[in-house]
Design a protein around this ligand. Structure first.
Ligand SMILES: [Zn+2]
Ligand SMILES: [Zn+2]
Length: 550
């Protein structure tokens, strides 16, 4: 045995289980020894969330109900760390869930401060805690979540009326007061959606409204929140903040409208049209692709600007094709006219279908019946993340929650920003066929546009080539965009076919064995999927069976 530096606390800090075991074998009374803050080795290991060392200490007889100087047990600290494995271990070794610390805080209060929702659910399932219970200062879990600035936890606590927003602590503060004092704009918005604006007129025992408390802060977010609260104070007390549909539809049609405006400006500038498009379209692309996934920092609506870009691309390409490339006089006569009509109608019909078809959302009746509680998951050596903290369901295999759609999706592939929807079991095949038909339509457009430009160039007489092509800026711009889209679609289809050939989706990893499949086997799998919509379930084991420490 190597010489040991320091004491058992240093060993726990370093995570050295062998040295800890050596200390315990040497002198068992060390398990009751108190170090900094009155922490025993078990307190320290629980705070670190070190599962192996906690197991070692407990199996050697460490008492889980010893308290530190602040009156906290090792279980309280495990809840604060949020490692449910450690919590489960300590509970199985006789942790007394009724114990409170010197501030009257229960394990649930510590769990909420820690911020792990799975840990909170685990505690609630014991039936020993109530969400409305306050500590000796009447601070409730909702106050603590607001103070920690954790909006996800606040949403969880408001769901199913676990906590009431109106509850006040011993100073008369509601959670809205606490969130305003901290300048948390998204959290205030979430709380006000539940309580209505009337809570903004409630005063603390020292006479402060949430707006007064917010104005005490001087940071940028405090200033932003103060502006919003000032506006809300003038609203009727029983109304609630809404998602803004005007902003939503403006964002949705922004690419289409601005694209149209740029083309009109280019047409008015005649010979300078080409250069106008060359400057303004990259600017438009930059302003679209630099946007976030949600509309604003506090509203929950997904940003529809990418869907708007898709609509703009389809709309402008169709207008350009039928007005410029294929003149109205040829619509009914040429083969191209007939082919394009069938092709583009198919694309539009599929676009509509994919926007309305269920991607495979998991409903309350579809939860995995094999599991009934977090403790059950732990006992069966499953990943506790199988419990979706948003839908509060036990996910079946190969299911993932999409935060933007706010649903769990079976056989999740990805959230497509350009469709503003998830791709999963319900629409994966439709998605692939849609992309294939889109690629065909884009190829048709680009080929027809290049032929159109060729005709323009060969019919030149005394005009210069550059000026003639510049005058065709509309066709040139859309040809470049559609050609770039074909490259993107080729990449997307390669990724998709690769995943489908392995019998999986792009989100879930294939097993090593499926990676070695022959080319023929892969193509059979892809064709089976496209023709029958049947997936050969062959997901990787890495996602679901591993016990991941959280
Ligand atoms: Zn979910
Ligand atoms: Zn989604």
């Amino acid at each position: 045995m190597l010489p040991i530096d320091g004491d058992i606390f240093d060993c726990i800090q370093r995570g050295n289980i062998d040295q800890c075991a050596h200390f315990i074998q040497h002198d068992r009374s060390i398990l009751k020894e108190k170090g900094w803050g009155g922490f025993t080795p078990l307190h320290f290991a629980a705070l670190q969330g070190n599962r192996s060392i906690v197991n070692l200490l407990l199996s050697n007889g460490a008492d889980p109900n010893l308290t530190c100087d602040a009156g906290m047990t090792a279980f309280h600290l495990a809840c604060r760390h949020g490692n449910v494995y450690v919590m489960h271990q300590i509970m199985q070794h006789g942790a007394d869930l009724r114990m409170v610390d010197h501030q009257g805080k229960t394990a649930l209060h510590h769990g909420v401060s820690g911020g792990n929702i799975v840990a909170m659910q685990y505690l609630w399932e014991t039936g020993m805690f109530r969400w409305c219970d306050g500590d000796m200062y009447n601070v409730t879990p909702l106050h603590l979540a607001a103070d920690a600035g954790n909006t996800e936890v606040v949403r969880y606590l408001l769901r199913n009326k676990r906590c009431m927003v109106e509850t006040v602590d011993e100073d008369g503060l509601t959670a809205v007061h606490v969130a305003s004092e901290r300048g948390c704009i998204e959290m205030c918005w979430t709380l006000l959606q539940r309580s209505g604006f009337r809570i903004l007129h409630l005063k603390t025992y020292s006479g402060h409204t949430p707006l007064d408390l917010c104005r005490q802060g001087r940071t940028f977010r405090h200033l932003q929140l103060a502006k919003l609260l000032t506006r809300y104070m003038k609203e009727p007390p029983f109304s609630k903040p809404d998602e803004s549909p005007i902003l939503y539809y403006w964002t949705l049609f922004f690419p289409c409208l601005i694209g149209g405006v740029i083309l009109i400006i280019a047409a008015m500038l005649g010979g300078y049209g080409g250069i106008t498009c060359a400057v303004l379209f990259p600017w438009l692309a930059r302003s679209i692709f630099s946007q976030f996934h949600r509309m604003t920092t506090y509203q929950r609506l997904a940003n529809p600007v990418y869907l708007g870009t898709m609509i703009a691309g389809l709309f402008h390409s169709l207008v350009c094709f039928y007005y410029k490339i294929l003149p109205p006089s040829l619509w009914g006569d040429s083969v191209l006219g007939h082919v394009s009509l069938v092709q583009f109608s198919m694309v539009l019909a599929m676009f509509w279908k994919i926007l309305t078809q269920d991607p495979g959302e998991l409903g309350p009746g579809d939860a995995d019946p094999r599991y009934s509680s977090i403790a059950d998951l732990l006992e069966k050596k499953q990943n506790p993340q199988r419990f979706c903290i948003y839908c509060e369901l036990f996910q079946p295999d190969h299911t993932k929650h999409c935060k933007l759609c706010d649903v769990c999706v079976r056989d999740y592939d990805h959230h497509c920003l350009f469709l503003n929807r998830c791709v999963g079991r319900g629409n994966h095949r439709l998605f692939i066929i849609f992309i294939l038909s889109m690629a065909a339509a884009h190829l048709l457009f680009v080929a027809a546009a290049i032929y159109h430009l060729y005709v323009v160039v060969v019919s030149l007489e005394d005009q210069s080539l550059v000026r003639a092509v510049a005058a065709q800026f509309w066709v040139v711009t859309l040809t470049i965009m559609n050609a770039l889209t074909i490259l993107w679609e080729a990449w997307l289809l390669t990724e998709q076919f690769d995943a489908i050939a392995m019998g999986t989706t792009t989100y879930f990893k294939p097993t090593c064995e499926t990676r070695q499949r022959s080319l023929g086997h892969r193509w059979t799998t892809v064709l089976t999927f496209l023709l029958e919509g049947r997936r050969r379930l062959d997901y990787g084991q890495t996602e679901d069976n591993s016990s991941i420490d959280i």
